[in-house]
Design a protein around this ligand. Structure first.
Ligand SMILES: NC(=O)c1ccc[n+]([C@@H]2O[C@H](COP(=O)([O-])OP(=O)(O)OC[C@H]3O[C@@H](n4cnc5c(N)ncnc54)[C@H](OP(=O)(O)O)[C@@H]3O)[C@@H](O)[C@H]2O)c1
Length: 295
């Protein structure tokens, strides 16, 4: 398979780059700025996207590009919309023309978090903020495009790359005597490597015709406080991680208080086992320590 990755310099994109080394597929890595193995491609540029898809005879597009800064999105919703909604529309049109499949990554934030049981794919979305609104619009344009697609909603994504909660907490708990972390928002941390491996499982097992929305996170449920405490313990730091409430950290962004996703459909459709977040965190800690010691 010829697989085009957009947003290849982001945390999910870089994870695909790691996994591509042991894969039989051919990958074309692109991002808005090129670097090393990454080709420069602004994925909002329809003409350029069409050209890259045609020249490389692309079978699958995995859209890892996104406007993921939820705070900045509140101040610049137009830009967030351009990347989170217009860009997938461009990719969907190119996929349709080339008879390729678009795998588009979306988010738990499409829900408002008022549920008390895990969200299934057919639950009604109710985005709370600008980032979430634009991501939901992205899903809608892909569904309306007529292309073959898999929309995969994930949550609490972290990796050894870029900026994310795992790296922030590693740094804070290594330096500070204590850290306060919210305990009244629950969800499931998802190691980017698990998501990327699950997507490659879907591709390698000929499931690309199963158009639809699917939920994928790691297994289990925890609060941001639990996750931070586990990160601190994992690295062997002595910081006192303390629980606090969302209202202790005033923010213009409203976040869902409950954003657990039900993964049953993903597991039954694709015959895929999903690791528990605590097991994956242990692997991420080991990967990160190895990466830091090689620097
Ligand atoms: N992070 C999470 O917790 C989380 C949770 C749920 C879902 N998701 C979704 O998962 C996906 C991947 O997230 P991530 O955390 O890996 O994102 P990320 O690290 O922010 O990476 C996104 C990449 O897209 C690039 N990009 C922006 N505009 C582009 C354009 N016009 N053309 C090509 N590339 C462009 C960015 O470049 P610049 O950095 O130069 O802008 C960046 O390299 C996103 O769709 C996100 O919404 C993430």
């Amino acid at each position: 398979m010829n697989i085009l990755i957009t947003g290849a310099r982001g945390q999910l994109g870089r994870t695909f780059m790691d996994l591509s080394r042991g894969s039989d597929n051919r990958f074309i890595f692109t991002d808005i700025t090129g670097d090393g193995d990454v080709v420069a491609l602004d994925a909002t540029n329809a003409e350029e996207v069409r050209k890259v898809v045609e020249v490389n005879d692309v079978d699958v597009i995995i859209n890892c590009a996104g406007y993921t800064d939820v705070n900045r999105a509140e101040d610049d919703e137009d830009m967030a919309r351009r990347i989170n909604a217009f860009l997938p529309e461009v990719l969907a049109a190119a996929a349709k023309e080339a008879d390729a499949t678009l795998i588009h990554i979306s988010t738990d934030y499409v829900f408002d978090g008022n549920s008390s049981v895990p969200y299934v794919e057919t639950d009604k979305p109710a985005p709370l903020g600008a980032y979430a609104r634009t991501k939901l619009e992205g899903e809608q344009v892909v569904m309306e495009s007529g292309c073959r697609y898999l929309i995969i909603r994930t949550a609490w994504l972290y990796s050894c790359y870029g900026k994310n909660f795992f790296k922030t907490m590693e740094s804070l708990t290594s330096e500070r005597p204590s850290v306060n972390v919210v305990m009244d928002q629950v969800g499931t941390p998802t190691y980017a490597q698990d998501l990327a491996e699950a997507i490659l499982h879907v591709i390698d097992n000929d499931h690309l015709d199963k158009t639809g929305i699917y939920h994928y996170t790691d297994e289990g449920v925890c609060s941001w406080y639990d996750f931070a405490a586990a990160i601190c313990r994992g690295f062997g730091y002595l910081c006192d991680v303390r629980p606090c409430r969302t209202e202790d950290f005033p923010s213009k962004v409203r976040r869902p208080s409950y954003s657990v996703l039900d993964k049953s459909l993903f597991k039954t459709t694709f015959g895929c086992e999903i690791p528990h977040w605590e097991d994956s965190l242990a692997i991420a800690v080991a990967d990160y320590m190895k990466m830091m010691s090689n620097k």
